[in-house]
Design a protein around this ligand. Structure first.
Ligand code: NAP
Length: 517
């Protein structure tokens, strides 16, 4: 479906790649896909589904790895294009490319090992009294074609061939990507790499399609297409909720796995503050300002109990932040939303500005900001707990442990919660953890939430509004489960059973609930 045209040939319906640093259109323009293209892509995905899901684990793993190889083969042009469209620096995008390829490899390994099939066998018990038990065999199967909305803030690792696409393809689901309008040229290059891998692996073309165009209609039409069986999304709360609503209103409602909004509380416990308040303040500024703060795991909320250690933390942050350079934000729209959020905090009667970063020259320059308020004020205004996407954070000063808990109880669902602690804080930390478990998908100690390891035990998810479905993750190998459902086979003749649930299967399996082998 990729349809790259030049500015000259694309005509009035074209939309253009924008240089994030200048806000100006580059020479590249892209034909806008419409409802007909959505229908064509979904029909192709539906037609490809049975053949694709029938591929064996080795073939599907090879395909995932081939996508990675095709992405690497795009060379430096991909990096330069993504730098231009996102404003993100080279090192970050090279790292993102590595992560993109790494997560494709991770899923290839998961697929090869076969545990994803979730095989369970409860053999028949014909002599059981008072009733015999039937022969029951279970495996997971893919849901069907998946619509993926690429994220603006990870043009490689969470976009066209990013985590959602990799996990859906690993599950055996064809994918239709709705490319993010902030990086159409990057998206088109990566889509080309996936299409090359589809061809090289002899798979049906409909296994992957890429649709581009500005405006909500394209994505809305895609989510409403009856052939789409699930949706993966990363972006704004408003956008994610709009898609959830559309998906629920369909004749056949479907799951939407939307990652939306999180302010990632960081709790600074007293002993840690006493021992290293100033060092924590400096390190916090590093985490806050990384990537212009455009991370879903950015530390947007800091909580601490009043004391000397907290004062040292604030003083160090107030010293470091004014040296933090402004950075080009991903799009003019994201910058405008950031400015609005920062201005609302700066103008709030109950909020004091601790420090701000350097003012930038040029368009869409995000200036970092750190604010403070009291627990009582935070508890009286829910808006203080809303995400300001970018390098902005709010410190909430608490009088005691009870207030700290009250603030956390009032906070919305989060992707992460961080505890900075020393040995003497262990009691307080252990009282916090049950509360944090109810609020966040990942709890971390003595680190910063930015930086998400792609691994088997990672959870990048959490209660609403961090995501629309806190039972899952969008990063790490568990993400494959979002696109699978169980089927149980009762008393089927062996020759009718899928190979992975037959007696001679070598798939990882439970027999009578016990790990076999
Ligand atoms: P966005 O506006 O939600 O857009 C994400 C994707 O969804 C785009 O492809 C967009 O394309 C589509 N979309 C948005 N609203 C839609 C609707 N009502 N119906 C159908 N499709 C829709 O997010 P963004 O542009 O990436 O960033 C905007 C804001 O999102 C940021 O300022 C930030 O607040 C938040 N954000 C959060 C995270 C996070 O991980 N927490 C990450 C990135 C961004 P069209 O606009 O072309 O329809």
């Amino acid at each position: 479906m990729t349809n790259i045209q030049t500015a000259e040939t694309a005509g009035n319906d074209a939309f253009r790649s924008i240089d994030a640093a200048t806000g100006l259109a580059t020479g590249e323009a892209f034909a806008v896909h419409g409802a007909d293209d959505v229908a064509t892509a979904c029909a192709a995905a539906d037609a490809a589904f049975d053949a694709y899901r029938a591929t064996d684990n080795a073939a599907r793993a090879d395909f995932l790895e081939r996508i990675g190889e095709e992405i690497v083969a795009l060379g430096d042009t991909l990096i330069v294009t993504a730098m231009r469209e996102s404003g993100l620096p080279r090192a970050r995008l090279e790292g993102e490319r590595g992560r993109t390829v790494g997560q494709l490899k991770l899923f290839a390994g998961v697929v090869r090992r076969g545990g994803w099939m979730g095989v369970r066998i409860d053999p028949a018990l014909p002599d059981r009294a008072p009733l015999p038990r039937p022969d029951l065999r279970l495996r997971m199967i893919p849901l069907g074609p998946v619509a993926v909305f690429g994220a603006s803030n990870f043009p490689l690792a969470f976009s066209t061939a990013g985590g959602d696409t990799a996990s859906a393809l690993a599950a055996g689901c064809p994918v239709v990507v709705k490319g993010h309008p902030a990086h159409p040229a990057t998206g088109a290059m990566v889509a080309g790499a996936i299409e090359a891998a589809v061809a090289a692996c002899g798979l049906p073309k409909g296994v992957f399609s890429h649709l581009v165009g500005p405006g909500n209609d394209l994505g809305s039409t895609l989510v409403q297409d009856p052939r789409i069986a699930a949706v993966g999304f990363t972006g704004s709360r408003a956008g994610g909720l709009a898609l959830v609503k559309l998906a629920q209103a369909r004749d056949v409602p479907i799951p939407v796995y939307a990652e939306m909004s999180s302010i990632n509380p960081v709790v600074l416990l007293p002993e840690a503050l006493k021992a290293r308040g100033a060092a924590l303040g400096t390190a916090f500024v590093g985490s806050l300002t990384m990537g212009a703060g455009q991370f879903c795991t950015n530390p947007g909320l800091v909580l601490a109990i009043e004391g000397d250690g907290l004062d040292a933390f604030v003083a160090a942050a107030a010293t470091a932040l004014p040296d933090a350079p402004a950075a080009t934000m991903l799009t003019g729209g994201i910058h405008a939303a950031y400015q609005k959020g920062v201005e609302a905090l700066a103008g709030h009667d109950a909020v004091k500005t601790i420090a701000q970063g350097k003012v930038g020259e040029g368009v869409a320059q995000g200036q970092a900001a750190f604010f403070e308020t009291t627990a009582a004020q935070f508890l009286s205004d829910a808006a203080l707990g809303h995400e300001v996407f970018g390098a902005s954070s709010l410190l909430v000063r608490c009088a005691d442990e009870n207030e700290l808990h009250a603030v956390l109880r009032a906070a919305e669902g989060q992707l992460t919660a961080t505890i900075q602690m020393d040995a003497g804080d262990a009691g307080m930390a252990s009282r916090l953890i049950p509360l944090l478990e109810r609020k966040a998908g990942r709890i971390l100690a003595n680190g910063w939430p930015t930086g998400v390891e792609v691994a088997h035990a990672m959870v990048h998810g959490g209660p609403f509004p961090a995501t629309s479905d806190g039972r899952t993750t969008s990063v790490g190998s568990l993400a494959i489960d979002r696109f699978l459902r169980p089927v149980s086979y009762q008393n089927l003749l062996p020759e009718l059973l899928p190979a992975c649930v037959r007696d001679d299967t070598d798939a990882p399996r439970l027999i009578d609930g016990v790990v076999a082998g």
